[in-house]
Each structure stands twice: as structure tokens, then as C-alpha cells.
Design a protein around this ligand. Structure first.
Ligand SMILES: Cc1cc2nc3c(=O)[nH]c(=O)nc-3n(C[C@H](O)[C@H](O)[C@H](O)COP(=O)(O)OP(=O)(O)OC[C@H]3O[C@@H](n4cnc5c(N)ncnc54)[C@H](O)[C@@H]3O)c2cc1C
Length: 319
């Protein structure tokens, strides 16, 4: 085992998922003498190393194969298992995105080590990576360590840390590995990702809909309003059961952390599992018929009243 901290760099198409870069900066901040290594899986024609290098990892390890274009989460975990088992890093960080949350536990099981999901902070205590996350309905923070086995693995929420560029000499290693396709998986069609979690995490304006705004008319108006304001529509957990929304639109503990300049909540009660995802929003406006809804405690501006009526009036005002 070496003492390196590795960060898995998620690539969506040609775009680097921003949390990966945030984690490289955080890893450098807590590393001390430990080298920081960016771990990239990509096709042979891609070259995200150039961008990743700007964030100052000491090393970049790339796994290149044409099949990464369509790779399943299991295939990615298999490829990562080969390099991690061989080079034995001390710690391995993943973005807590839809992909990171799927690949990290698959890899953890192969490596027979521990994994802390959805961390909000990390730091070293000696050789132990202390992984900080909310627990008991988010009322308290707990600190988790994995003292007996390595690597120490964690997924970390988007937008907790800032990505900062840093100039350093970065060694680049193209690691040789074997891509093992999973049996019986045939790609029938490809659907481009329009609403990736990276988008809602990065949106500057978010129109968020909850159960109190869950009807076709309001959803249509919300899409219009988001379009006019150059923002995106996000939802609380119940609305992910609608056909038009998925987990990738979900805000909160088991969804996405957002950090917009403006967030407008329509018909959302403000349960702790939702509230934890909006802590970094700069200005929060909430509309709810219940004057005692907890969401108002998290808001800069409150309107007690009907979501549809407020949204219609706002649409009239925004040209
Ligand atoms: C382990 C775990 C993880 C979870 N993760 C998440 C998560 O990531 N994200 C998430 O959102 N939830 C999550 N939840 C669910 C969470 O606990 C809440 O149930 C959920 O956030 C409630 O969504 P809501 O506010 O839309 O609905 P409700 O709590 O039902 O609130 C609806 C609100 O709408 C208001 N209202 C009703 N009619 C109107 C109207 N006409 N106009 C305006 N307001 C109106 C009501 O007063 C009410 O406050 C999780 C739960 C668990 C146990």
C-alpha cells in the first residue's frame, strides 16, 4: 500500500463532472505529504487530462478503452478494481453523483473495504481518513473511520468544496488493463443525457416543485419560468414518481446538492432530507399554503399562499 489519495474523475460525454475537480482541490488541501492522484476512465480519443492537470494533482492515472463510451457501472468498477488492487492507494474519493454512488459500492465490494456514502467533509487524523456525514435524520454529524483495511473509500457530495486551479508538475501514467465486457448486455439505443445531475448542481437558478405543486398545469408553468430565468426545474422526492422527472432532478439527501444564486420553492414542506440539499443556495424564496411550513425557516422570502397563483403572477412579471 502507498500513501496516495486518489480521486475518481467522472466524465459525462466530453465534460468533466465538476465535483471531481472540487475533490482534487480538497484532497490537495488535506494531503500533507501524501500525493494526490486523479483517476480517469475514458475512450482513446478523449483527453480530459489537459483540463484535470490544471487543478494540480501530482499524478494522473488514465485507463483508456473505446468501450468506456458505453460502459456499464459494473464494467467501470471492474476496470477500477484492476488498477486499485495493483497500485493500492491509501484513500479513494468519488463524487456522490448518480454514477459515483453506483460505481463506488461495486468497487468497495470487490476490494473488501469500507465505504462512507454522502460525506460533507473529510480530513486526516494520522493515517485515518475521517469521513464526516449527517446521521439520525440529519440532526447530528458523525465521523467515520476505516482503521483496519485500505483503501479508505468515500463518496462526497457535490458543491461542498470549491475547485481551485493549481500549477504543478503532473506525472501522467497510462495504465494497462483489460476491459471485461459484462455478458448479455446489448445496447439497443442511446438516449442523450439532457438533465444530468451535474446540470442541476450547477444551475444558477432553480425552480423547485414539491407535492403542493404537483399538477400538470404548474409543472408546465414551472418549465416556462425556468426557461425565462435561464434556470432549471428541480423537485422534492415525491415528484420523482412522475414520468417527467427522475432521480437526477431530485434535490436533497438522496438526490442532488444545489448551490444556485436563486432558489424558488413551490409547495415544498422543507423536510430535513430536502433542506440538506439547499444549504448552499444564496437567495431562497418559498411559497406554501401552510404558514408554519419548516421551509420558511430556510428562506429569505416567504409567501403564504397557493403555488399556482404565485407562479402565474410571477410569469406575468418576468418577460
Ligand atoms: C432516507 C430518506 C431520504 C430522503 N431523501 C429525500 C431527498 O433527497 N429529497 C427530498 O425531497 N425528500 C427526501 N426524503 C423524503 C422527505 O422526508 C419528505 O417526505 C419530502 O421531502 C417531502 O416532499 P414535499 O415537501 O414535496 O412534500 P410534503 O412534505 O407533502 O409537503 C407538501 C407541502 O406543500 C404545501 N402545499 C399544499 N398545497 C399547496 C398549494 N396549493 N400551494 C402551495 N403549497 C402547498 C403543504 O403545505 C406542504 O408543506 C427522504 C426521506 C428519507 C426517509
Amino acid at each position: 500500500m502507498n500513501n496516495e489519495i486518489w480521486v475518481f474523475v467522472q466524465v459525462n460525454g466530453q465534460i468533466i463532472e465538476p465535483t471531481s475537480l472540487q475533490l482534487i482541490t480538497k484532497a490537495r488541501e488535506i494531503a500533507g505529504e501524501r500525493p494526490v492522484v486523479a483517476l480517469i476512465t475514458e475512450t482513446k480519443t478523449m483527453n480530459v487530462e489537459t483540463t484535470v492537470k490544471e487543478y494540480g494533482p501530482d499524478k494522473i492515472v488514465t485507463l483508456k478503452d473505446a468501450q468506456f463510451h458505453n460502459a456499464s457501472d459494473g464494467e467501470i468498477a471492474d476496470a477500477l478494481d484492476q488498477v486499485v488492487s495493483d497500485l493500492k492507494p491509501n484513500s479513494l474519493l468519488f463524487p456522490a453523483t448518480v454514477l459515483g454512488r453506483s460505481v463506488a459500492p461495486r468497487l468497495q465490494a470487490k476490494l473488501k473495504t469500507g465505504l462512507t456514502a454522502d460525506c460533507l467533509d473529510i480530513y486526516f487524523d494520522g493515517d485515518d481518513l475521517v469521513q464526516v456525514k449527517p446521521t439520525y435524520g440529519d440532526d447530528i454529524m458523525c465521523e467515520i473511520i476505516c482503521p483496519d483495511v485500505r483503501p479508505q473509500m468515500a463518496t462526497i457530495r457535490p458543491n461542498i468544496f470549491k475547485a481551485v486551479k493549481h500549477s504543478t508538475d503532473t506525472e501522467i501514467i497510462n495504465y494497462s488493463f483489460a476491459f471485461h465486457p459484462e455478458a448479455n448486455i446489448e445496447v439497443l439505443s442511446e438516449i442523450p443525457v439532457i438533465n444530468s445531475s451535474a446540470n442541476i448542481s450547477e444551475a444558477k437558478t432553480v425552480i423547485a416543485l414539491g407535492r403542493g405543486a404537483n399538477n400538470e398545469k404548474v409543472i408546465e408553468k414551472a418549465e416556462k419560468l425556468a426557461g425565462k430565468l435561464g434556470g432549471m426545474v428541480g423537485v422534492s422526492r415525491p415528484l420523482t414518481d412522475n414520468d417527467e422527472f427522475s432521480h437526477e432532478n431530485q434535490i436533497g439527501q438522496s438526490g442532488n446538492t444545489i448551490a444556485p444564486d436563486l432558489l424558488i420553492n413551490f409547495g415544498i414542506s422543507g423536510a430535513v432530507q430536502y433542506a440538506v440539499g439547499i444549504e448552499n443556495a444564496k437567495k431562497v424564496v418559498s411559497i406554501n399554503t401552510d404558514a408554519h411550513a419548516p421551509i420558511f425557516g430556510k428562506s429569505d422570502y416567504a409567501f403564504v399562499g397557493d403555488a399556482d397563483a404565485f407562479m402565474s403572477a410571477l410569469l406575468e412579471q418576468v418577460r
